[in-house]
Design a protein around this ligand. Structure first.
Ligand code: ZN
Length: 276
């Protein structure tokens, strides 16, 4: 296992970092991670795109759980890891920050150069007319239609989804698009759904121009993120990771810190050898 000075040197020696972040960055903001230190599911696996689109019951259940989970998620604030990455960007050290998180906390902390690989949970998109609306407006509509569900509470999960057992979801009303009455979906990439090409291309271009890759708080268990580590390694770019537990890229890493990113990242912003 490597130590902080080695990582500080890594950051100093590679002034243009391609940063990839995952759920571990947001756990200190109260947004739980789906996976354990071994990269395995902690809970039932999340809803698949095909289930959401084709299964009326699953869709009602998704929105019922999301109704409760969103209250918790919408209050989340950036933590020291988000702040440190925003500071590193302000210091000109970050080529691009690609996040697998959908919570928008990097932008809330002040990062500007961000690709939301898996979309944003605070936005709703119509699958028919492609119009978007804020999640807040969806929340109001869902609560008005389902006052008895609005009174419920539950443990929340990473995507604003929540555990609600023994509830009759068939009575849950899901509003349609205001413009066309089409099916509404959170503007996030569900499991079983492709990441839009434009995001992958932007991220791959930054892998090319960056000096090195820094993985923060991700086990890279899904291909959508792991592919950037593969690409960086193939291009001969060194890769470092700050992650509690195993990552799928462990074989590709030059160094790894199995420590909390909220402890480690703030230490990197004060490294002496700032880029010219
Ligand atoms: Zn529509």
């Amino acid at each position: 296992m490597s130590h902080v000075p080695a990582l500080a040197r890594f950051v100093d020696e590679h002034p243009r970092l391609f940063v990839l972040t995952g759920a571990g960055v947001s756990t200190a903001s109260g947004i739980p991670d789906y996976r354990d230190a071994n990269g395995d599911w902690k809970r039932k696996s999340p809803i698949l795109l095909q289930e959401f689109i084709n299964d009326d019951f699953m869709r009602r259940r998704y929105w019922a759980r999301s109704l409760i989970g969103w209250r918790h998620l919408s209050k989340a604030q950036p933590n020291a890891a988000h702040d440190a990455l925003a500071e590193l960007e302000a210091q000109g050290r970050i080529e691009l920050l690609v996040t697998q998180n959908v919570d928008g906390l990097h932008q809330a902390a002040g990062s500007n150069n961000v690709v939301d690989l898996h979309g944003r949970i605070d936005t709703i998109r119509c699958l028919s007319c492609d119009s978007t609306m804020p999640r807040k407006a969806m929340q109001d509509a869902v609560e008005q239609l389902n006052p008895e569900f609005a009174r419920l509470d539950a443990r929340s999960a990473p995507d604003g989804d929540a555990d609600l057992d023994d509830i009759d979801f068939s009575r849950f009303d899901v509003p349609g698009c205001r413009s066309c009455n089409g099916m509404l979906k959170p503007d996030v990439v569900f499991f079983g759904e492709r990441v839009p090409d434009v995001r992958v291309e932007q991220a791959m271009a930054a892998v090319d121009t960056a000096d090195a890759m820094l993985i923060v708080g991700s086990s890279l268990m899904v291909w959508s993120g792991f592919r950037f580590a593969k690409a960086a390694a193939a291009a001969g770019k060194p890769i470092a990771a700050i992650n509690m537990g195993r990552t799928r890229a462990d074989d590709l890493l030059q160094l790894k810190l199995e420590r909390s990113c909220t402890e480690v990242l703030p230490l990197l912003t004060t490294s002496r050898n700032l880029p010219a």
